[in-house]
Design a protein around this ligand. Structure first.
Ligand code: GLN
Length: 544
């Protein structure tokens, strides 16, 4: 079978959920037996989002092979459950950098370098690269931004050309738009969609499928109108109604026949792929989510708490673990900068468990340390992630081991005892972009640890990293001598401390890696399951 390509564009407004549409479709096609790979084009000029503030961009999602990417890739991975790669994340920055580097090397043999063909050719090469490296049957590419943005025009032009290169039967364009509901007149409006499709047509692209995001049900007359004005058959117009549970988008698109329509349109006729698919796993999950019996309160202590997207994978991981344990997870956002000795008791007593997520820089670290100390002393379940581990090490060094002035060189370069220090290959003044310890590394678990049991007695695990600092092994002996401190896992190649737990606490687990990147709705991550289980127990205890 020839490789098939699906491009997803967005119109009218941003944040329409085209990433969710794209990944739902990816999951449906995967269920049809096709090998699916996904890719995101981002029109900004940063090489990757790695150097952007979480306030600007939300979370930076890290792939197994160490790419720092847009948070949409997290949605893709959670839905299609395929590990994506560097080839999945393409920014204008990457495209221009490559073209300009080639120009400097003289690769273009004296030509004038232009957006068309040089930039558009490079964009097309990235699609082919994704195809080649993934060996997938179907590549789904989401174009970031909204059609009509100046910045995304080269991407739109490139995919227009791509259809000519690969043939009509191999390329599908899906356009996602908004159908707003006007409360005063109580009606849905199709005009913004008509305008957005016109805009797309002005770039030479006729969408094959339109997916309408709306808060109210779209009826046949709306679809007829869109069909007529957008030059598209009525059965190619689908709706994506606001859903309380995002997995209902998968079942709804399937019930409307989106996957069947696409298979037909792409001329995929082999019975192997066209058979009816089974969505029972997701239907069961939806049913379970609707009937959760328990609830548990988890506090996330961070400094970007106003912007929940900065912690999106952690939020999802908590929910996944909750579903497994039949529990709704209510998240309490705790701004670390506002925590102090006076309020810590009240704030933490409100919740049943705590997550200290990753972070950078010194702002808000005192509040995080206070929360860690409180959890340690009061046996409140805690999961510390990356910076969370580093701060827990500092707190333990200071308050339990009585090491003088312990800190991380990231927070205080001149501290007396840098219990957290630069990784060997890192140094002050290193370029910030793409130079951290990134991607998946092995970790060998200690068979005596709780964590080992949580990982189902697996000795060797692989988890994703994104950090520049680490536990300083000069202090290893002091920590090892403490009877309550258990090193639960180390990197077998470098001996770096990857995970520790406190024996006397029910659940006090800190890891240098980011477990949140590997949690899936049907396969929650063991460390989050451990946290929720312990937090449920804590809740019963608190209630008694
Ligand atoms: N700032 C810390 C480091 O660079 C932790 C990073 C993180 O939490 N992702 O090591």
């Amino acid at each position: 079978m020839e490789t098939k390509y699906i491009f997803v564009t967005g119109g009218v407004v941003s944040s329409l959920g085209k990433g969710i549409t794209a990944s739902s479709l990816g999951l449906l096609l995967k269920k049809h037996g096709l090998n699916v790979f996904m890719q995101k084009f981002d029109p900004y000029l940063n090489i990757d989002p790695g150097t952007m503030s979480p306030y600007q961009h939300g979370e930076v999602f890290v792939t197994e092979d160490g790419a720092e990417t847009d948070l949409d890739l997290g949605h893709y991975e959670r839905f299609i459950d395929v590990n994506l790669t560097k080839e999945s994340s393409v920014t204008s920055g990457k495209i221009y950098k490559h073209v300009l580097d080639c120009e400097r090397k003289g690769n273009y043999l004296g030509a004038t370098i232009q957006v068309i063909p040089h930039i558009t050719n490079e964009i097309k090469r990235r699609i082919l690269l994704a195809e080649k490296t993934s060996n997938a049957d179907v590549i789904i590419t989401e174009i970031g931004g909204t059609v009509g943005d100046i910045e995304s025009q080269p991407f739109i032009e490139a995919i227009r050309q791509f259809r000519i290169d690969k043939g009509f039967q191999n390329v599908v364009f899906i356009h996602n738009t908004l159908v707003p509901f006007l409360r005063s007149s109580e009606e849905l409006k199709t005009k913004p969609t008509q305008h957005s499709v016109k805009e797309l047509q002005s770039f030479g692209i006729q969408p094959d499928i339109i997916v309408l995001r709306s808060e109210k049900k779209v009826n046949e007359s709306h679809k007829e109108k869109i069909s007529m004005f957008c030059n598209i058959s009525k059965d190619a117009v689908f709706e994506s109604l606001d859903q309380k549970i995002i997995y209902e988008i998968i079942t709804s698109l399937h019930e409307q026949g989106l996957d069947k329509y696409i298979l037909k349109r792409l001329n995929i006729t082999d019975e192997k792929y066209t058979k009816e698919i089974c969505l029972d796993d997701y239907k069961d999950l939806i049913k379970r989510i609707k009937n959760l019996k328990e609830s548990v309160k988890i506090g996330i202590v961070g400094k970007y708490v106003e912007l929940h997207d900065a912690y999106i994978s952690i939020i999802e991981s908590l929910k996944h673990a909750g579903y497994k344990l039949d529990s709704k997870v209510d998240i309490y956002w705790i701004n670390s900068s506002n925590l102090n000795d006076t309020n810590i008791n009240d704030v933490i007593n409100d919740v049943n468990g705590i997550v200290i997520p990753g972070g950078f820089g010194s702002r808000g670290t005192e509040g995080k340390e206070l929360a860690i100390k409180y959890c340690r002393e009061n046996n409140i379940p805690l999961l510390g992630i990356c910076f969370g581990l580093q701060l827990a090490i500092i707190e333990y060094a200071k308050d339990v081991l009585k090491i003088k002035d312990p800190n991380s060189t990231e927070i205080d370069e001149r501290c007396e005892n840098p219990v957290i220090d630069y990784l060997p290959e890192q140094y002050k003044g290193i370029n910030l972009g793409g130079t951290m310890r990134l991607g998946a590394y092995e970790c060998k678990l200690n068979k005596d640890s709780k964590v080992y049991q949580l990982y189902n007695n697996q000795e060797l695990i692989k988890e994703r990293h994104r950090h520049r600092f680490e536990f300083n092994n000069k202090y290893l002996d002091i920590f090892k001598k403490d009877p309550n401190f258990l090193i639960s896992g180390v990197n077998p190649q470098t001996n770096l401390l990857e995970i520790f737990e406190l024996k006397n606490n029910d659940y006090f687990v800190c890891c240098q890696f980011h477990p949140e990147f590997k949690s899936r709705p049907l396969r929650p991550h063991p460390l989050f399951v451990g946290l929720i289980k312990a937090s449920l127990n804590k809740k019963y205890e608190q209630e008694c």
